[in-house]
Design a protein around this ligand. Structure first.
Ligand code: NDP
Ligand code: OXD
Length: 309
């Protein structure tokens, strides 16, 4: 079996992925793709080049080295075999830690305590009630569900928004579809975005939708930068409609040094680290799926390219 690995931009990371694949599949030939290479059976990719797609015509599947496939689909390349994304693979726990800390940070008023420390000001605050801070999770997929459950376990009242109709799960009220977005937002005081980036979800955190949240709501975006209209978010924070934001993802990454998010006192910025693809967990998942495909069994995580996730 031949597995080819191709990342753009090319990086030394590829060697580490190759080592992990070789450990789990010692009989497989695992290589870094070079133009003109013979066809492989499987590909492990991030942002592949057009030449790669044109040349690798005999793939049984392409595995995306992350959960989100927006970067791949944006390339507009023809896809003639299943495109399979990572499902959790160790990202769920990281994502949950990130969102729970951001929600608690806001709920417990730690931003204010940080400001007080800068002024050497000792001032206690009466505790808030979690019942007054309902959390809305945009996207109730692999990661959204994990985050929603863990927020709920921390005592928050949690509701979520997805595309397809489902009942309440584990006490989490579910809204679905465009028509229910307004009701979902109106019920939300802390918003966590875990949507895939698709034509329907791009710019979803715009002036209108931010204005539909409860006044003083807090925004956590760990999905993709293009979900947020940056100027609208800054305006909503400056007007007091939004209390602040924790942002892990941006339209342009790295976030340009001149971007106002860096210096805004109510915005916390992290460099796209909410959930990192872990070598061993990811490769174990991919190898398990390769074994299933070889055995003629179905696999999960196959991207619906028409739907965009
Ligand atoms: P999933 O595909 O499992 O879940 C996507 C969820 O979004 C589903 O519940 C889906 O609804 C919902 N959804 C999609 N389109 C719409 C729509 N138009 N309206 C309402 N709901 C919609 O994705 P994951 O949970 O695995 O990952 C989510 C995203 O997180 C990734 O796409 C990626 O962008 C981001 N990510 C960020 C990382 C980081 O480090 N910052 C790390 C990993 C991922 P339904 O259930 O009905 O299909
Ligand atoms: C992903 C990411 O999509 O790291 O996996 O953003």
């Amino acid at each position: 079996m031949k597995i080819t690995c191709h990342f753009q931009p090319d990086s030394s990371e590829v060697d580490r992925w190759i080592r992990h694949f070789s450990q789990l599949l010692p009989d497989a030939e695992v290589t870094r793709w070079q133009p003109g290479d013979a066809p492989a059976d499987y590909a492990f990719i991030w942002n592949p080049s057009r030449q790669f797609i044109t040349e690798q015509t005999r793939l049984k599947a392409m595995f995306n080295a992350g959960a989100g496939v927006d970067a791949f689909l944006k390339l507009g390349l023809p896809v003639s075999c299943p495109l399979i994304r990572l499902e959790d693979a160790g990202m769920g726990e990281q994502m949950s830690d990130y969102v729970v800390q951001a929600a608690l940070h806001h709920f417990r008023g730690f931003d204010r305590f940080q400001e007080q420390q800068q002024a050497a000001l000792w001032r206690q605050r009466a505790p808030s009630d979690k019942a007054d801070f309902p959390v809305g999770v945009l996207g109730f997929g692999v990661l959204g569900q994990r985050v929603a459950r863990d927020l709920s376990a921390h005592g928050f009242a949690v509701h979520a928004w997805a595309r397809s109709d489902r009942d309440t799960i584990d006490g989490i009220r579910l809204f679905h579809g465009e028509h229910a977005l307004g009701e979902f937002l109106a019920a939300t005081r802390i918003l966590a975005c875990l949507l895939p980036l698709t034509p329907e979800t791009e710019n979803i955190l715009n002036r209108e939708n931010l204005g539909r949240l409860r006044r003083g709501a807090y925004v956590i975006n760990v999905a993709r930068g293009a979900h947020v209209v940056d100027d609208d978010l800054i305006a909503a924070i400056d007007e007091g409609q939004i209390a602040g934001a924790t942002l892990d993802v941006f339209r342009e990454e790295p976030l340009p040094r001149s971007h106002p998010f860096w210096r805004h006192p109510r915005v916390r910025v992290t460099p796209h680290i909410a959930a990192i693809s872990l070598y061993s967990d990811s490769v174990r998942q991919v190898v398990e799926k390769i074994r299933r495909i070889e055995a003629g069994l179905p696999v999960t995580g196959v991207v619906d390219t028409g739907r965009g996730y």
